[in-house]
Design a binder for this molecule. Structure first.
Ligand SMILES: [Fe+2]
Ligand SMILES: [Fe+2]
Length: 631
């Protein structure tokens, strides 16, 4: 009993230390975001001269060099095969437990590491020698001693068979991951996480099935499923679960009921978790996983015609597995986010807080750009959701894509508000350098405030390697003698995901739309199509994985959203004062008051019909009517 309480105490201390570490990580994350003002002040001091000297490489995202090692995926897979083999045959490779003392009770079971003979009787592999907590007799000690002496005799054929099976199944997994993630750095990062998850599950299975430390119904398949869903990809989860269960079964005794319950938990673990944005939603998802595991458990009992009791420890373990998984996800996630530089939905939701000092500063220093970022965020998120991209990441990326503009806001038209244009004092090359610097300064600031790489990517990638046309043509017109277009190009890199590509297109379209005179459907479509085609032809979308079908869909959705917003901007004859004060129904795209697509969707049908009729009537006269002016 003493050993059991010391065991519990050790667990408590480990959990407490882990909690403390977690708290410190959260505090550090918060602090970095809140202490942004100092960093902004420092970057603000960058003079125009310094700006021209800023190196392009600054804007390029820093990726861990180790992840780019050639064939790293194969090296990792070979390692995980060997590690899995080691876990499966741990009791044969190292001493599984010390020889017990007669009369003592132990907090783990003694099982036969391999088949052996004693006094003419054959003891089978994995047969229990002494139950957990049972008093050890002299005969038990003899049995265990013989078991330990014969643990090396596993058999060459068994070893070869298990290694071959592990190789086949892990390479099947690698084949699928290769399809999902063709680029090396991403693939290697995700592989490390997936393999770490599988090895943890195998180690837990060993503790549950060989040492009987806890119920096998508590093997954390749902936990791994939830983490992989949140951080990697939901689509790969069923395959990982299946392969893990196959590997566990390779050398462990597991009954059919445990197999079904664990597999069900693993397979459903990704479902609702994928959509969870708040911690409460995650816990609800975990509750669902636990409930499904219990349901499968009860169903199997019915099939086996066994009695079902609410106090059955296995039933409680099945339910707890889901709940514990949810709690552990909350604890482990921030640590994994920090180690692997992941952007989970929970972290992204935190970055959407408009009260964060960096966003407040952004608003006060560059109100025009701030407005533009909010509009781009609303439109981009709607577009991303339409093509099945990560809408939340797109929204966060769009919030921060132009934060570099807060250092020299007056050089960007949206902040000039008809005032002095400082570019009049500069030559085209210097002007282009200032404009281009918003990317480099933005990346610098983002790194200092600890934004995840997935969000930082939006800053350089929303311009890719495109040319700052206005100053390039101005230079040509002035006959400045500068031949190279490179001086007028953004540093890049080009968008590396669908998400950054969407923001690139929406950013350009929004800027062009803001100054467009004509806003009928045909003109808007043409504007969107021209911009999208240009980005495509210039090769800016080559690395983005966008298909032509998706690009067409983006054009359609964008046209629809802008058309709806333009329609709302038509200035109807001025209503009487009392009607005007009733709030009106105008949706202004330049307003930061929520999701544009949401607003369009929510408008009552009758209102839409009335508008259509109105639209037809107005179409005839619309050209004569004055439009609501742009900012
Ligand atoms: Fe920009
Ligand atoms: Fe922008």
């Amino acid at each position: 009993m003493t050993s059991i309480s010391s065991y519990a105490l050790t667990i408590l201390i480990v959990v407490a230390l882990f909690g403390l570490m977690l708290g410190l990580i959260r505090l550090r994350q918060e602090q970095r975001l809140r202490s942004a003002s100092d960093e902004i002040e420092e970057l603000q001091k960058t003079s125009l001269k310094d700006i021209q000297k800023l190196r392009d490489e600054e804007a390029r995202p820093v990726r861990p060099v180790l992840l780019g090692i050639p064939y790293l995926a194969y090296i990792l897979t070979s390692f995980v095969i060997l590690a899995s083999f080691f876990i499966l045959f741990m009791e044969n490779l190292i001493v599984p437990y010390p020889l017990p003392e007669v009369g003592n009770r132990y907090w783990y079971s003694y099982k036969a590491p391999t088949e052996f003979q004693i006094q003419g009787r054959t003891v089978e592999r994995r047969e229990t020698l002494v139950e957990r907590g049972e008093e050890v007799t002299y005969w038990d000690r003899q049995l265990i001693q013989t078991a330990l002496e014969s643990r090396g005799g596993v058999g060459g054929k068994r070893v070869a068979g298990v290694i071959l099976l592990l190789t086949i199944f892990f390479f099947i997994l690698l084949y699928h991951i290769n399809i999902l993630y063709p680029t090396a750095t991403d693939k290697n990062k995700y592989l490390i996480l997936i393999y770490a998850g599988i090895l943890t599950m195998l180690a837990c299975a060993k503790m549950a099935l060989f040492y009987d430390l806890f119920s096998p119904y508590l093997i954390p398949l749902p936990l791994a499923g939830m983490l992989i869903t949140i951080l990697v990809n939901r689509r790969i989860v069923p395959l990982i679960m299946l392969i893990t269960v196959i590997v566990i079964l390779l050398d462990s005794r597991i009954d059919y009921s445990t197999f079904l319950v664990l597999l069900a938990g693993g397979l459903v673990s990704g479902g609702r978790v994928k959509r969870a944005r708040k911690r409460s939603e995650l816990m609800f998802a975990a509750l669902l996983v636990g409930s499904i595991m219990v349901l499968v458990f009860v169903c199997y009992r019915l099939v086996a015609q066994e009695a079902v009791s609410l106090m059955d420890p296995d039933l409680i373990a099945s339910f707890s597995n889901g709940i514990i998984s949810g709690l552990l996800v909350l604890i482990v996630l921030p640590v994994l986010e920090m180690i692997f530089d992941f952007a989970s939905p929970f972290r992204l939701m935190e970055l959407l807080d408009l009260n964060a000092p960096v966003l407040k500063d952004f608003f006060f220093r560059a109100p025009g750009t701030y407005q533009h970022s909010m509009v781009v965020a609303n439109i981009s998120e709607a577009v991303a959701n339409e093509i099945g991209a990560n809408g939340l990441l797109v929204r966060v990326g769009a919030y921060y894509h132009d934060i570099g503009k807060m250092f020299n806001p007056q050089f960007f038209i949206e902040n000039q508000q008809g005032g002095v244009n400082p570019h009049d004092e500069l030559g085209p090359v210097a002007s282009a350098a200032v404009v281009r610097s918003h990317v480099i300064l933005g990346v610098k600031l983002a790194r200092k405030i600890g934004l995840p790489s997935a969000v930082i990517d939006f800053i350089p990638e929303h311009h890719g390697t495109s040319t700052i046309d206005y100053f390039y043509f101005k230079s040509k017109k002035l006959d400045s003698g500068i031949k190279s277009e490179k001086i007028f190009k953004y540093p890049g890199p080009r968008p590396s995901s669908k998400e950054t590509a969407i923001v690139m297109i929406v950013d350009s379209v929004e800027a062009a739309f803001r100054v467009a005179e004509n806003r009928d459907e045909e003109t808007i479509r043409q504007l969107v199509e021209t911009i999208a085609r240009r980005k495509l032809e210039q090769g800016e979308l080559d690395r983005s994985n966008l298909t032509i079908g998706e690009l067409k869909k983006i054009i359609d959705v964008l046209t629809h959203i802008l058309r709806s917003s333009a329609h709302q901007r038509i200035a109807y004859p001025t209503p009487p004062q009392d009607e005007r004060s009733s709030g009106g129904k105008r949706i202004d795209l330049s307003e930061d008051s929520g999701d544009v697509a949401e607003k369009i969707r929510k408008r009552p049908r009758e209102e839409k019909r009335e508008e259509k009729r109105e639209e037809k009537r107005e179409e005839k006269k619309t050209q004569d009517l004055p439009r609501v002016s742009e900012e």
